[in-house]
Each structure stands twice: as C-alpha cells, then as structure tokens.
Design a binder for this molecule. Sequence first.
Ligand code: ZN
Length: 453
Amino acid sequence: MRIHAKTAFVQGNWMKDVQVTCANGIITDVKANAGPLAGATSIDVLLPALCNLHSHTFQRAMAGMTDFRAAGQESFWTWRDLMYRFIGHLTPDQIEAIAALTFVEMQEAGYASAAEFHYVHHQPDGTPYARLTELSDRIFAAAAETGIGLTHLPVLYTYAGVNQEPLAGGQLRFSNDVDRYLRLIDDCRAALSYMPDDTRVGIAPHSLRATSPEDLARTVQAMPDGPIHIHISEQLKEVEDVQAKLGQRPVEWLLNNAEINNRWCLIHATHMTEAETIAMAKSGAVAGLCPITESNLGDGAFNGPTYLEHGGAFGLGSDSNVRISLTEELRTLEYSRRLRDMARNVLVVGEGSVGKTLYTGAARAGSQASGRDSGEIAIGKLADLVAINRDHPALCALKDDQLFDGLCFAASDNVVTDTWSAGRHMLKSGRHIARDAITQKYRTSIKKLLKVI
Ligand code: ZN
C-alpha cells in the first residue's frame, strides 16, 4: 500500500512531497521531497490517525432519545435508567448492526481504531448464550466488516453498587463473576486467530461501583499484559459512595491499592482533587476523556491544566456515541475549560498551539491505551493514518503550523477524505466503502427494535 501526500506530519515535523509505503499494516518506508509514487493514493495532508479509546457502540442507537426533561431534573442516573430499558431488548443482530454503523461513523470522523468497552454479554434474563462470546463475536464481526482496528475490552461487571448489591433488571446482561469473566477473556482471545493482526483484547473492570477490590485484584493479577480500562470518578455520587465504603476517593483509592502504570486507562477521571490529579499524571496511566458525552451527561470538566503541567497522558473517546465527531471532541475538551475558567488557550503548557497539543497528545496516548503501536508516521508503526483536505474553506487560509488549530477549532469532520486502519483503506473521498450496505442494515434493525421498546 502506497500513499503520496503533498504535506505530512512526520515524527513531529511538517514535511512536503512525502511518500509512505506500508506492508502487512505496518509503515515500511517514509520519504520526504520524493515526488510522485507509482500506484500510490494521492492525498493532500497526511496525519497519524487517532484511536477512539472509549466506546459503547450499542448506545449510538439511543442518541437523541434522552435529551428531554421529564418530571424533576434529568441527571446521569435517569439517563442510565433509560439505557437499561433499551438494552433489555437488544438482540445479537441489532448489536452487530449498531456497532457496524458506529464504526463506519468513527472512520468517517478520522479515527483508525476503537477500544470497545463491551459490557452486554448475556441474554436479557442474564442467562449466557450458548457461546459465552456471542455478543463479543458480534463486535468482532462489525470490526471485520468495517475494517476498523479493534481493541476489544470485555467488561467485568458484578455488582450494582459499592456495597455489592446484586444486579437486577437490565444489568443482568452484564453479570459475570471472576471465573466466568476470565473464561470469557480466554474465549475472546481465540478470535485473534481469525481477526487482523492489529486486533487486541484487554480487560475492563467496569468501575469501583461494579467490581469489588478483591475481584479487581484477582482479575488484574490473572492478566499480566495488555490494556486495562476502568470508569472512574465520573459522577459526584460515585465519589461519595466510594469514599463512604472504601475510605478514599476513587482515583486516590485506585492509585493506593492497584499498581497503576502505562497499561491503565482511567476513563473520565473527572472529579479529582489537585493531589489526585498530580499523582495520576505521574502514574503513566492515560486519562480517557470523552468531552462530548461528559457534556451531554453533565459530568463536569476534567482538570486538564494541572494534569498537563505534570506530564499527564490523555486520549479521546466517544463513549455514549451520542455524536461521533473527532473535531468536536477536541474543541469541546478545550472549550469546557475556557467557559469555566473564563480564559483562552488553556490546554497547553507554556506557549504553543492548543490544537497541536490536543491532537498529538491524543494520538500518542490513545495508541498506548489501545495497545496499538501507532500515533505517529514512522517506520515500524502501524499504518493508522488519516488524510485531510486543506483546500476546504475551513483550512485553506492556514499555514502548516496552524493546521491542527484549524482542525480543532474551525473545521468539521467533512475535511477528512481518507482513513487507513493498519493499512486497510476503508474511507475514500470522505465516504466509507461499505457505508450504504451497513446503513441499510442499521435502519432495518432499528425499525424492529423500535417496535418493542
Ligand atoms: Zn463509558
């Protein structure tokens, strides 16, 4: 696979007339000032593509259903109630169809891969399917159909709260004890034999609400390598519950009781004290930030300035998938702090481009959290790449050094022309090559679902 780019961002520098060659999903050669390349795809600006490090694909089908105010004040917890009713009816076919559409939309937004935090495992009454991996297999199938790079993260979800309340209702589909969970992980790893080489399987203890300290320790010990993702400190009530039960705030407790390192991705980490923020920044873990969902759910704003000042790594996730837009995730992250602090250009240490800080930071750390060796255009890296059209009116006035700011603050995702996931060229001229068939399947599935919810 060969690409010729007029401009490319190669290992931190803007270069002209760049040839990129890939084989088996890996970048094998990068040459600047090199002229056209026979048989190459010619594009305008080539960037390393981001990993979307946190997604629950099935929630895409709920987008727009929860943004009205019912009796009393809408909150995260009432949103969650509707989500449980919704998943009470989802079938395996519907889960696959929704995941495929969601992956297409991610690639069209410029993501090369997705880390799927997958927690619907069983039938609606909690009985496992004949194959324990039935619903994980549907995620693998959707990834294979769309060509997106997948880091599959089956979720350990055992309790309904920190006091180890039993699961009920819609939550029954999530339920596993550690033994069955470890079997599920093993069975998911078997899929690696037929999935593309860049597919990864990691673990995801859901949260300190849904996993006990003992189960968390046992699960982590059983998995000596690969990514570990956990939801943490998203909501104030969760912070209060964990503090009451475990005597420490969630991030504080995790840092003191688990060996947090660069395998870990702490999703949200919204509510942290200054001391927690600094300690987490130094731990090597990635903060998995989901600015659009965190805004939609009214979670709060991440303490980015302190975190960045202490060298913290962060990536971006689309989480509830209420809207899939990489440019909007980037600007929402910065704007949430500007509004709160009444200041401009907040998420950059010292002087420099906010867009570049956010994009390149998310590329690096997203790759770390997904277990993908990508995030940079360099020989030996996975060919996770995205092309953008700088002739677009939103970008055509900008110099190279301003392109990340243009992408972050001025453009929509329609500046994305091509996306490669480990060299698989699935997005061409701004359109996913399987979009029509996948959209049609999605519409049919949703019609059936709406008849029963
Ligand atoms: Zn989530």
